[in-house]
Design a binder for this molecule. Sequence first.
Ligand code: SPV
Ligand code: MG
Length: 527
Amino acid sequence: MGRVAGAHNALGAKLAVQAGLDAIWSSGFEISSAHGVPDASILTMTEYLAAAESIAQGVAPVPVIADCDTGYGNSNNVMRMVRLFEAAGVAAVCIEDKCFPKTNSFIDGKQELASVAEFVGKILAAKNAQRTREFAVIARTEALIAGWGVDEALRRADAYVRAGADALLIHDKSRTAEGIREFMQRWTPSVPVIVVPTTYPTLGVAEADALGIKMVIYANQGIRAAARAVSDTWRTIMRDGNSLAVEGEIAPLSVLFDLQGMPAHRAAEQAFDRSGAVPTRAILLHAGDHRDDPTLASLTGSVPLAALDVNGQSLVHRQVEVLRQCGIADITVVAGYRHDAVPASGARLCVSTSWPAGGEVGSLLAAPATPDAADARTLVWYGDVLVERPLIERLLATADPCTVVVDRSDRPVTPGHTTRDFVHVDDEGTASKRFLSPSAPRRVLAIGSGVDAQTANGEFAGLVLVSSSQWPVLRDQAEGMGAAAVPDLLQRALAGGLDITALEVTSGWLELRSFADYELACRLVSS
Ligand code: SPV
Ligand code: MG
């Protein structure tokens, strides 16, 4: 049994969805009331369409049924109406068999019905105009509203279903559900039947279900509740001369912020706003041939590691994507081994002419000496390391002259990994099996091949961020160093007075140094 809530705007629709209603009825009565005009074809289709579209966007993917009155004219109007409402994202339209201009079904006086032939024509036109298979056209008969009785309702229901209506709405304004009961007992529906139990509120979902009804629409309870509550609130404020008494009765602002979608708005702002970010360029070191590990050599025998397919995308593509998502556009990939096969789209490709003799430092020197933006920091990233975006974001949030990412988990060395880039972090007095990231980052005391396994309390994770002022200093030292690894260059700079701090982590990165690492990467990385 579908329970559908009437609404005239996205706010009312969201409240209904939060309460568990299954779908929304974009109600002509509510929309008219919200404009302060009678529900009597006074508003035009444009206004009903705007309301329905706003509701559909507000509650998507919850389905919205648009109450389209008589279809706003004849069959030609109906066809345009269907195209526009379908394009606006509503799931179904409902048209009723009254004459234009209509009046609300509960208004006393004449309720003039259209002929069956005329209304059948509108249904045919509507079904003909829809673009997608899922879109539904609901035919509503007002035979009981007009006082023409159940026989006439049955005759019309049959004709409308034969014309292709996807569901039938049988409307009534009696104080009891007798007419609806008789209709359901006498009709063998081949399409879902919908009722609007406004004047016969005792008809509950259990009985409706037992009668074979598939959907009930609570078409106007929302706006009636609002009218009472809003009116009471203003009267109280006018009586008291202040709003104290109503404070506990009305929704706090935070409820409205949530309904507006402020939390998602904030998150998007943070994700996409680049205005406060310090400009940074990245250098991805991809020169190595990675053939020292025999298990990996089978893969890297003919392709560079950068081109290795990790769950549908090359390794270097994944790295460039993460950098771009972090707002870094100035990206250099330094290639050496099979540089012709490094797929560096989205980045600048530099070939290290000193490879393999020049080592990692040779690769670093192959990248442009200065970033595109003079004040940009330089992020150096080992090509054989996969990194999660949050880790890069944490690194970019640091503001020290030089920060290295240090893994502090005491992982056993994976079989086949003969070397580890050890780091000695100053954790004097705080050393423990577990740790919390300190608010003041810890200093690196030593890094590189000079640190032995006993002194080491961390491992270099293949990421360094260097400030724009320290980068030229580091590069000068690299020039005078010859072939060396990045940690050894850092050690040299450290000895020369550079302050290096550690961004301590226990996860978020994965090196690809064996076939087992590669298999793990393919399992862990989403496709
Ligand atoms: C509406 O909500 O506009 C309807 C249902 O058409 S009713 O007002 O109950 O007729
Ligand atoms: Mg209506």
